[in-house]
Design a protein around this ligand. Structure first.
Ligand SMILES: Cc1cc2nc3c(=O)[nH]c(=O)nc-3n(C[C@H](O)[C@H](O)[C@H](O)COP(=O)(O)OP(=O)(O)OC[C@H]3O[C@@H](n4cnc5c(N)ncnc54)[C@H](O)[C@@H]3O)c2cc1C
Length: 298
């Protein structure tokens, strides 16, 4: 029986592990893939305070080593089912059986929705990004494009217009889903909107050009762009918990202590309903969640 069971070894889960173990809790982290989460595939991170530039693999490797040195147990396995209610929380894993604990932190993160064009995955970090806040600065005075039509896409385009030489917004329809206030800002900015358009092809490695197809005329045109920011949504890894935990659009709801609607069950990081999804905010959530678990057990 552990004191603290954490699901997910991304920045939120790893930080929760560090705080839990330092607080004297017998802690286990169950991760279904490998450590580091989304952050581990990020080639350059320039917004983690105190470290001017680091690759995500090294940053999260260091977090994992720190957690291990403090005595956190790591189990790499698929979680098949979870029991959240009651004094004893547990998960059943594919190869390691049942793991029980007195408290549980869900830090399973989220995944950006992929566009599905050829080369998209190969070009991540070389001209395809899912995070303008993270990668926008690398394209100062360079042409970039954003694909999408919701609030995130418009916010990204406006943000990028502060430093990119040219910003295109590629949208498959003839109107945007974004809020009116954002649309007003967009229409008075220098962002070029390509209506009724989809991304047909990505050219160059690193990216140099995007071939865009007009959905009405079927005509293709090539635009110069060194990065395509994909802003067509995110999917939180919350499916296993939604029948028990309160959520909004798949994101789990918690109070400022990361407490969910079930006693002893906490949530941290990108899987949570939160205004900003970054490494620093995931780490902060993980620290608060572990501290809450500690206080719950006192
Ligand atoms: C390409 C890219 C670049 C980015 N660049 C930056 C940047 O420069 N700066 C910045 O601050 N942020 C950046 N971000 C955002 C940042 O990576 C995320 O905000 C952060 O990783 C969220 O941490 P997390 O621990 O909440 O979730 P995640 O990183 O998503 O980790 C969740 C982990 O949980 C595991 N998991 C999921 N379901 C289960 C389950 N049922 N059981 C067990 N394990 C499970 C997953 O495999 C994963 O390892 C970037 C994101 C991307 C995609």
């Amino acid at each position: 029986m552990y004191d603290l069971l954490i699901l997910g070894a991304g920045p939120a889960g790893l930080t929760a592990g560090i705080y839990g173990a330092r607080g004297g809790l017998k802690t286990v982290i169950v991760e279904r893939k490998s450590f580091g989460g989304q952050a581990s595939i990020t080639p350059e991170i320039e917004n983690f305070p105190g470290i001017a530039n680091i690759d995500g693999f090294t940053l999260t490797f260091n977090m994992q080593e720190q957690a291990k040195a403090l005595g956190v147990t790591f189990v790499y396995d698929e979680v098949e089912s979870v029991v959240l209610e009651g004094a004893e929380k547990s998960v059943t894993t594919k190869n390691n059986g049942e793991i029980k604990a007195k408290t549980l932190i869900i830090a399973c993160g989220a995944e950006s929705t992929k566009l599905g064009v050829d080369n998209e995955i190969d070009l991540i970090g070389k001209g395809v990004s899912y995070c303008a806040t993270c990668d926008g600065r690398f394209f100062k005075n360079k042409p970039v494009a954003v694909v999408g039509g919701g609030n995130t896409a418009v916010e990204d385009a406006l943000y990028l217009s502060n430093f990119a030489s040219e910003v295109y917004l590629i949208h498959r329809r003839d109107s945007l889903r974004a809020s009116k206030i954002l649309q007003d800002k967009l229409f008075s900015s220098n962002v070029k909107i390509l209506w009724n358009s989809i991304v047909e092809k990505l050219e160059g490695n690193p990216l140099e050009k995007i071939v865009v197809k007009n959905t009405k005329t079927a005509e293709c045109a090539s635009i110069d762009a060194n990065c395509l920011f994909v802003a067509i949504g995110q999917t939180p890894a919350s499916a296993q918990f939604l029948d028990k935990l309160k959520s909004e659009n798949g994101y789990i709801l918690a109070d400022e202590n990361m407490q969910t609607n079930i006693a002893g069950v906490y949530v941290a990081g990108d899987i949570r309903k939160t205004p900003l999804r970054q490494i620093i905010t995931a780490c902060a959530d993980g620290a608060i969640a572990a501290d809450s678990a500690l206080k719950y057990l006192m």
